[in-house]
Design a protein around this ligand. Structure first.
Ligand code: FMN
Length: 409
C-alpha cells in the first residue's frame, strides 16, 4: 500500500526526473494520465501541486500514480531545508499541466509565493506550461500579455488546444492531450540533449550588436541592431555546454550566465577581437551587424556646422570578418547571418556561396533589428529551410540545435 505524503522516494528510472506541476484548473484530472504516461515511458515524476490543485485532484492519487511523494508546502521541513531550490536541480524539466490563468500571471510576474512558483523561479532546467482555461480567460488581453512575457522569458508554451470545455463552451483554451504533452517534451529534450552532446566543451565565438564608426569627437555611423539575437544565441550555446565567447558591439544587454564577454566599438576592433581568438575557436557565429564602411579619417574635435557648406564624408570598406576568418582559419565551422529587406532567399544564397558558408541564416532587416520575435530562413547545401516566427530566445535554442546537427553531419 502506498504511504500518503511519505517523504521516502521511490526511484524508478535512471534518467533525471520530470517535475509535474499541477494548478487549480478543472483539467487537473488529466494530470493523473500525464503522470501515468511519464512513468510508463520510464521517467520518474516528482509531482508538485498548488493548494488549489488539491481541490480538483488528490495528492494521494498523484502519489499512487507517480510512486513518489507529492510536494505541496513551501514551509514543510525537508532533509535539505531548501526544497524550493533543490528539487529542480536534478530535474530534466518542469512541466506545469494544467497551468491556470492565475498561475500564468504569477509566473509572468516572477512570484514565489508557493512551492511550485518558487521552484519555477529558482529553476535551472527548461519550463513548459500547458494552459487550460475557458476561452474568454485565454483570450483576455491580460492572459495574452502574460503568455507573451513568458515566451519572451524562454518558457515553452504547449497548446492550448481547441474544442469543447468543461464549462459547456467550446473554443481555444483546452489543455493539450497528455500524450501530446509527453511527445512535445520528449522531442524537445531529445533535441536539446543531442545539441549538448555535440557542443559540449566546443569553443564557440559569437559576435553581436552593431558597430560604431567614429566620425568626429561626438558623432559616428551605426545601425539599429539591438544585439538580442546574438546574446540569446550565446545563452543557448552556453546552456548546451559550449565554451562561449561573445564579442559585443555597443549594446545594452546583460551578459548571459557562463559567457565570456568582450566589448568592442568599431568594425576594426570587432575584427581584431575575432581574429585574435581564431586558433581557440571551433564554431563562429557572426550575428553582429558590422558596418560595411568606415570614415577614412577621424576628426579629433567636433566638426562645426557651417550652413553654407556641404559636408562630404569619405568612407572606405571595412574588413569582412566572416570572409577573412574563413581564409585565416579554415578549420572553423562558420555560420553567417544576413538581414535583407527584399529577395531574402536569393540575396542570402548569393552571400552564402560568396563566403563559402555551410549555413547562413537570413531574416528581414526590420524584424531582425527591432523586434523580440524573428522569422528566419536557413540556407545550406541542401536548400532552404524556413522556421516559423518565434521569440528570439526560442529561436536561439532551435538554431543551436540546427548548428549542432550540421557540425555533426
Ligand atoms: C470549478 C472551478 C474550475 C476552474 N477551472 C479553471 C480552469 O480550467 N482554468 C483556470 O485558469 N482557472 C480555473 N479556475 C479558477 C482557479 O482555480 C483559480 O484562479 C485559482 O486561484 C488558481 O489557483 P492556482 O493557480 O494557485 O492553482 C476554476 C475554479 C473553479 C472553482
Amino acid at each position: 500500500m502506498t504511504q500518503p505524503f511519505s517523504e521516502q522516494s521511490l526511484s524508478i528510472a535512471s534518467e533525471p526526473p520530470i517535475i509535474l506541476g499541477i494548478t487549480g484548473s478543472v483539467a487537473a484530472y488529466k494530470a493523473a494520465e500525464l503522470a501515468r504516461l511519464w512513468v510508463k515511458s520510464g521517467r520518474a515524476v516528482d509531482v508538485v501541486m498548488t493548494e488549489n490543485a488539491c481541490r480538483f485532484v488528490t495528492p494521494l492519487t498523484m502519489q499512487a500514480l507517480s510512486g513518489r511523494p507529492v510536494c505541496q508546502d513551501l514551509w514543510r521541513a525537508s532533509e535539505d531545508g531548501m526544497r524550493h531550490i533543490s528539487l529542480s536541480r536534478s530535474a530534466a524539466a518542469i512541466v506545469v499541466a494544467p497551468t491556470s490563468a492565475d498561475f500564468l500571471a504569477r509566473l509572468a510576474q516572477g512570484r514565489a509565493d508557493d512551492l511550485l512558483a518558487a521552484l519555477c523561479l529558482a529553476r535551472e532546467c527548461p519550463l513548459f506550461v500547458a494552459p487550460a482555461m475557458n476561452r474568454q480567460m485565454w483570450f483576455n488581453p491580460a492572459t495574452q500579455r502574460n503568455v507573451a512575457q513568458l515566451v519572451a522569458d524562454g518558457v515553452t508554451l504547449l497548446g492550448p488546444d481547441y474544442g469543447e470545455m468543461a464549462c459547456g463552451e467550446s473554443g481555444e483554451g483546452r489543455m493539450l492531450s497528455p500524450q501530446a504533452i509527453v511527445d512535445a517534451v520528449v522531442r524537445w529534450l531529445r533535441n536539446a540533449s543531442s545539441a549538448s552532446a555535440i557542443l559540449a566543451r566546443r569553443r564557440v565565438l559569437i559576435t553581436a550588436g552593431p558597430t560604431f564608426e567614429t566620425i568626429d569627437a561626438v558623432r559616428g555611423l551605426t545601425n539599429r541592431s539591438s544585439g538580442k539575437m546574438g546574446f540569446a544565441l550565446a545563452d543557448a550555446a552556453a546552456r548546451a555546454g559550449a565554451d562561449v565567447t561573445l564579442v559585443a558591439g555597443p549594446v545594452n544587454q546583460p551578459t548571459p550566465m557562463g559567457v565570456a564577454r568582450i566589448d568592442v566599438t568599431s568594425a576594426a576592433q570587432m575584427a581584431d577581437a575575432v581574429f585574435s581568438r581564431a586558433e581557440q575557436t571551433d564554431v563562429f557565429i557572426g550575428v553582429a551587424a558590422v558596418a560595411d564602411f568606415t570614415p577614412t579619417n577621424i576628426i579629433d574635435d567636433k566638426i562645426k556646422k557651417d550652413k553654407n557648406e556641404i559636408l562630404t564624408l569619405t568612407l572606405a570598406p571595412t574588413v569582412d570578418i566572416l570572409d577573412e576568418l574563413g581564409r585565416r582559419a579554415p578549420h572553423i565551422f562558420r555560420v553567417g547571418f544576413a538581414a535583407e529587406t527584399q529577395n531574402l532567399a536569393q540575396f542570402g544564397e548569393e552571400k552564402r556561396r560568396r563566403k563559402k558558408l555551410p549555413l547562413l541564416i537570413v531574416n528581414h532587416a526590420a524584424e531582425a533589428f527591432s523586434s523580440d520575435e524573428n522569422e528566419v530562413l536557413l540556407l545550406d547545401d541542401h536548400g532552404q529551410h524556413p522556421l516559423p516566427k518565434m521569440s528570439k530566445r526560442a529561436l536561439a535554442t532551435r538554431l543551436i540545435e540546427e548548428i549542432a546537427q550540421r557540425i555533426d553531419s
